[in-house]
Structure formats: C-alpha cells, structure tokens
Design a protein around this ligand. Structure first.
Ligand SMILES: [Zn+2]
Length: 302
C-alpha cells in the first residue's frame, strides 16, 4: 500500500522537479529575456508544472476544470466538457450542489461506489461514460414503427410550428395522454410562468413545451436524411425512436433542435428544461442526454 502510494507520488514529483529545473535553467541561462521565443519557453514550463501537479488537486477543483475541458466522444464525435449535462448529472446524483463544490464531489463519489467505479469524486471520462450508459439504458427499447391505429393526430395548437402539416402531427395515443398530463402539471407550476388558456392548455403564443416533432415514418426520416446528409448518427438515426410515435421533440428554448454546444448551453439553462429533468419521469418520459428537446415515453413502470 505504502510503496504503491510512493510510486504514484514519485512520477508527478519527478516531473515537477524536472520542469522546475528547466524553468530555472531557462531563467538563469538566458540573460537576454527579450523576444517571443524566450518569453514563451518558461511559460510552457509553468503550464507543464501545473498540469503534472493537477493529480493532487481536490476533486472539486478537478471537476471545475473537467466540466469545461474533459475530452470525450459521443457517437464518434469529439466532445468537450460535461457542463451541458449538469442538470441530468445533478438529478442522477440527487444533489443541488455546484459542480465545483465538495458536496458535488461527495455525491459523485457515492454514485461511483454504487456503480462499481473508483469513488474518486472526480467526474472523469470513465464516470461520464457510465452515466451516459445509465441514461441510454432507460430509453425506449422497442423501436418498432407504430401501426396507424396506435396513432392519433394532435391538434395544431399543441405544435411549435402553427402551420405544421396534419401528416406530421401524429403521436402515439398513450404518449399523447401522458404529454397532456405533463403539460398541465407544468402550467400548474406558477414558477415556470407558462402562458395558458382557461382550460389549462398552452396559450397560442407560448412556445415552451410545444411539440416540435413527434411521429416520423421511416419514409419521412429517409427524406430528412437525404436533405441533411451530414447530420450524423446521433441526429437522424436510421432506427429512430420517432418511428414509434413515442418520442417527442419539445421546445425547451434556443433553436428548437440544434445540437451545437452554444445552443444546447442555452437550452439546459432554461427553467422548462430543468423542470423536465426533475419531473418528466413522473409522467413516464425519459431524456436523451445529447438532445435536451428529445423525450421518450417509456410508461410509468419500466
Ligand atoms: Zn427527437
């Protein structure tokens, strides 16, 4: 145990000493500290020192850094940081603490332990992939295309686009009923400030929680794919949950269905999105972590 600890400490210490020595050498052996190359070298040295000593930084400090800097991939696409997933992560860890706090690190360590990971309290790539696996496994499993008798045509007043074609307003029946229950609950929550009519429906001018997209037939999805060939696997899936009529894209802010980080950063900060993260499960809806607008009805007991 002790020797292993010594070994672990030895590497950063050696790197630190070496970097420090290089830094000193750079300062001492360079009497003319002018010119770009000369001022850059010591700075690079300092950076290396900071990096190599980060292993001993507190979990809270590491999380503050990793929430913006962690390099990882999703569906083959490089990603940076996990700040976009903070609401989902907080829900999973059952914590309200900031990412850079000791409380968050403790809650994370408990979750890591429960999940069979090393309880470091640091949200590294391994931990993030385990969280994504947990979210993904809670999604719809049966993706068979809905039969016509399983679908209803929802009224235009439920849709984000007030001109949306009738053919594109189909929703699986149980999903629609659950959606309406969820909308009523959101309207009843005054802190969300949703504009609504007398019968507890969303007002025509209200955009939040309106349906952007529901049932999509395989033929229609194929047409979308042809029109947008670069959308990648995470965007317009070949085997889309929208075929079931149980996946709803809901308006949660920003550009309705734009996966750019800058857009998702706006969406995950809205009160509506954060309310969905905490409450949608009560109505049988589960999130797709990568798309804040995409919710799947899995029923209340799965
Ligand atoms: Zn969707």
């Amino acid at each position: 145990m002790n020797t292993r600890l010594m070994k672990d400490l030895k590497v950063p210490l050696v790197v630190f000493c070496f970097a420090f020595a290089m830094l000193l050498a750079g300062v001492l052996l360079d009497p003319t500290s002018r010119g770009q190359s000369k001022s850059v070298k010591p700075q690079a040295g300092v950076k290396r020192v900071l990096k190599s000593s980060s292993g001993s930084a507190s979990p809270a400090a590491r999380n503050a850094q990793l929430s913006n800097d962690l390099n990882w991939t999703f569906g083959g696409k490089p990603q940076r940081g996990w700040y976009l997933y903070k609401p989902l992560i907080s829900r999973l860890l059952n914590t309200k603490n900031e990412a850079a706090s000791d409380g968050f690190a403790s809650a994370l360590a408990r979750w890591q332990k429960k999940s069979g990971l090393m309880p470091s309290g640091v949200l590294d790539d391994q931990t993030l992939y385990a969280m994504i696996a947990a979210w993904q496994s809670a999604r719809l499993k049966d993706r068979s295309t809905a039969r016509p008798d399983q679908l209803l045509t929802a009224p235009i007043s439920d849709f984000y686009d007030p001109t949306r074609d009738e053919e594109l307003r189909k929703v699986e029946r149980e999903t629609y009923a659950a959606y309406k229950r969820m909308v009523s609950a959101a309207i009843a929550n005054k802190s969300l400030g949703l504009a609504h009519g007398a019968k507890g429906q969303l007002a025509p001018g209200e955009k939040y929680l309106k349906i952007v997209s529901a049932f999509r037939s395989p033929e229609y999805q194929e047409k979308l794919r042809r029109e947008s060939p670069n959308s990648g696997s995470s965007g317009l899936a070949v085997n889309s949950p929208h075929f079931t009529g149980r996946a709803l894209d809901l308006y949660v802010g920003g550009e309705p269905v734009d996966t750019r980080d800058s857009n998702r950063a706006v969406q995950v900060e809205t009160r509506i999105y954060q309310w969905l993260v905490l409450n949608a499960d009560r109505f049988g809806f589960r999130p797709y972590c990568y798309e804040p607008w995409h919710w799947e009805y899995v029923g209340r007991k799965q």
